[in-house]
Design a protein around this ligand. Structure first.
Ligand SMILES: Cc1cc2nc3c(=O)[nH]c(=O)nc-3n(C[C@H](O)[C@H](O)[C@H](O)COP(=O)(O)OP(=O)(O)OC[C@H]3O[C@@H](n4cnc5c(N)ncnc54)[C@H](O)[C@@H]3O)c2cc1C
Length: 458
C-alpha cells in the first residue's frame, strides 16, 4: 500500500547519485518518519544517503534565543547519525540557493524533505523546484495524522476536525521502526561548518538566553516528558489553566523544533495511562491539546495562505472587527511600550516579562496577553502584527502554526464562536483581569514574575 505520509511534489529525472534528506522542521535523528522513509528509499535503491540542514541566518522574527536552542541540538543529531554511518551536513544559506549547489555537486538523485505548512517553506520549495530537476518527496513527520490525510480542507473548529482525526488515528499512531546502519556510504563526508561558529558569526541582537530550564535535544525532551508524566500529569485537568501551579508539560520548545516527535509523546502517554487508570482522564485531556489542537493549527496554516493577516480570520470575525474599527480605545500602546512591559495592567506586564525571562509563557496567559493587545491597538491589523512579532521574537516555541492559530483565535475568533457583542472586540470572545482572578491567584503570579525580574538585575 502507498505510504500516506509521503507525497511526490516534483517529478524528475532519477539518477544514480545519493538520496538527500533536507531536514527542516523535524530536527531529530529519532522517531522521524522523513528520515526513516528517505533512508528506506536509499537502501532499496542501493544509494548513498546524506542528511542536510540549511542554516538561514534570518528566519521570520527568530532571535538569538531561538537560534541558540536550535543550533545547540545539532551535535546530538550529528553524533547519532554518524553512529549509523549517515553524514549530517550543515549548509549556510537559504535552502533555495544553498541546496541546489549541494545537489549539483553531489550529483544527488532524489530529495526528501519534511512537511511544514508555513509560507516560507512553500516559497523555498517553489524556488528549489525551479533550480533542480530531480524528484522531490515531502513527508509529514510532524503530525500524527498527516496534514493532507486528516482533512482535504480548512476546518471550521476542533468540533469538525476531531472526528476526522479520531477516524484515522489508529492507522498512524503506530510504533517507529529503527533507523538502520547505512550500508552504502563508503567515503565519509562531513560538515565543514560547526553550529557554534554560526552562533558566533551572526551577531544577533538581544543575545540573552531565557531561563527556560531544559537543555535542547531529544534526550532532554524525553526526560522532560518523563518528569511531566510522573509529577504533573495527574494535575493537568484540574490546574492546567492556573499559571501558579506549574503543571504543563513544557514540551512546546522541543515539539516546535521537531527535537521530539508528538507521535512518540502520544505513544508514551498512552502506555503510561494503560497501566495507571487514575490518569486516564488526564491523559485524554492532554492528548486533546497535543493532537487535536496542535494538528488543527497545521490544518489552518496549510489551507490558509494568509494565516497571519486579517484575511485569514473567519468571515464573522473579520466582519465584527471591521464593524468595531472606529470604537474608541481607552488605552493605546505602541509596540515599544508593549515590548517594554509598559502598560497600566500589572498582569499583562508580568506576562510580557515572563515571556522575555523564561522564553515560554503559560498557555492560558497567552490568550489573555493577545486579547489585550487587540483592546489596546489602533486596528486589528496592528494588533495581529504586534502580537505575532512579540510571540515570534520571544517565545522559544514561536514561529509555529500553533502561534499563528493561537493569535488568530484570540484576536479574530478563529475556531471559536461569536460571543455577546461589546466595544472593540465586537463578537470576539473577551477576557479581563477579573476573569483571571476567578481562575488563579493573580497577585501571586505577578509577585513571582517581579521577583524573578529583580533577581535577574542583580
Ligand atoms: C496567543 C497564543 C499564542 C501561542 N503561541 C504559540 C507558539 O508560538 N507556539 C506553540 O507551540 N504554541 C503556541 N500557543 C499554543 C499553546 O499556548 C502552547 O502550545 C502551550 O502553552 C505550550 O506549552 P506546553 O507545551 O507546556 O503545553 P501543554 O499544555 O503541556 O500542551 C502540550 C502540547 O500540546 C500542544 N498544545 C497545547 N495547547 C495548544 C493550543 N492551544 N493550540 C495548539 N496546540 C496546543 C502543544 O504542542 C503543547 O506543547 C499559543 C496560544 C495562544 C493563545
Amino acid at each position: 500500500m502507498r505510504n500516506k505520509r509521503i507525497r511526490l511534489i516534483q517529478e524528475g529525472v532519477d539518477g544514480e547519485g545519493p538520496v538527500i534528506y533536507w531536514m527542516n522542521r523535524d530536527q531529530r535523528a529519532d522517531d522521524n518518519w522523513a528520515l526513516l522513509l528517505s533512508q528506506d528509499f536509499a537502501i532499496r535503491h542501493k544509494r548513498k544517503f546524506f542528511v542536510v540542514f540549511c542554516f538561514t541566518p534570518i528566519y521570520l522574527q527568530a532571535s538569538y534565543r531561538a537560534y541558540h536552542f536550535m543550533l545547540s541540538n545539532f551535535k546530538e543529531v550529528e553524533s547519532k547519525l554518524s553512529l549509523l554511518n549517515i553524514p549530517f551536513i550543515l549548509l549556510e544559506g537559504e535552502a533555495s540557493s544553498a541546496l541546489p549547489q549541494f545537489i549539483h555537486k553531489s550529483k544527488a538523485s532524489t530529495l526528501f524533505t519534511d512537511f511544514n505548512p508555513l509560507r516560507i517553506k512553500k516559497e523555498w520549495l517553489d524556488q528549489l523546484k525551479r533550480n533542480i530537476n530531480i524528484p522531490i518527496y515531502e513527508v509529514d513527520a510532524h503530525n500524527i495524522v498527516p496534514c493532507w490525510e486528516a482533512s482535504p480542507k480548512k476546518e471550521y473548529s476542533a468540533h469538525t476536525f476531531r472526528p476526522k482525526i479520531l477516524k484515522k488515528i489508529a492507522d498512524f499512531l503506530i510504533s517507529f521502526p529503527p533507523l538502520k546502519f547505512h550500508p552504502f556510504n563508503e567515503d565519509s563526508i562531513s560538515s565543514k561548518i560547526s553550529p557554534e561558529s554560526l552562533l558566533r558569526k551572526y551577531k544577533y541582537l538581544k543575545q540573552e538566553i531565557p531561563k527556560f530550564l531544559q537543555k535542547p535535544g531529544y534526550v532532554s525532551g524525553m526526560e522532560q516528558l518523563q518528569r511531566f508524566i510522573h509529577t504533573k500529569l495527574h494535575l493537568y485537568n484540574e490546574y492546567r489553566n492556573d499559571p501558579t501551579k506549574d503543571c504543563l508539560s513544557d514540551l512546546s520548545p522541543f515539539l516546535h523544533f521537531g527535537q521530539i516527535s508528538s507521535q512518540r509523546v502520544a505513544l508514551t502517554i498512552n502506555e503510561y495511562a494503560k497501566n495507571n487508570n487514575k490518569v486516564k482522564a488526564q491523559s485524554d485531556i492532554f492528548l486533546e491539546e497535543l493532537i487535536i489542537r496542535k494538528e488543527l493549527a497545521d490544518n489552518f496554516c496549510f489551507y490558509t495562505p494568509d494565516y497571519d493577516s486579517l484575511n485569514g480570520l473567519p468571515d464573522w470575525g473579520q466582519k465584527t472587527l471591521n464593524e468595531h474599527r472606529e470604537d474608541k480605545r481607552e488605552f493605546l500602546y505602541s509596540l515599544e511600550n508593549l515590548e517594554k512591559s509598559n502598560t497600566h495592567d500589572p498582569l499583562w506586564n508580568a506576562c510580557q516579562k515572563d515571556m522575555i525571562f523564561y522564553g515560554k509563557l503559560h498557555g492560558w496567559l497567552r490568550m489573555y496577553w493577545a486579547k489585550k493587545i487587540l483592546e489596546w491597538s489602533r486596528s486589528p491589523e496592528e494588533a495581529l502584527k504586534n502580537a505575532i512579532y512579540l510571540n515570534d521574537a520571544y517565545e522559544i516555541d514561536g514561529r509555529d502554526p500553533n502561534g499563528y492559530t493561537g493569535i488568530a483565535w484570540s484576536i479574530g475568533g478563529l475556531h471559536d464562536r461569536p460571543w455577546p457583542e461589546r466595544k472593540v472586540f465586537g463578537k470576539v470572545r473577551y477576557m479581563n483581569y477579573k476573569g483571571a482572578e476567578r481562575k488563579f491567584h493573580v497577585k501571586q503570579y505577578i509577585d513571582e514574575i517581579i521577583a524573578t525580574a529583580i533577581n535577574d538585575q542583580h
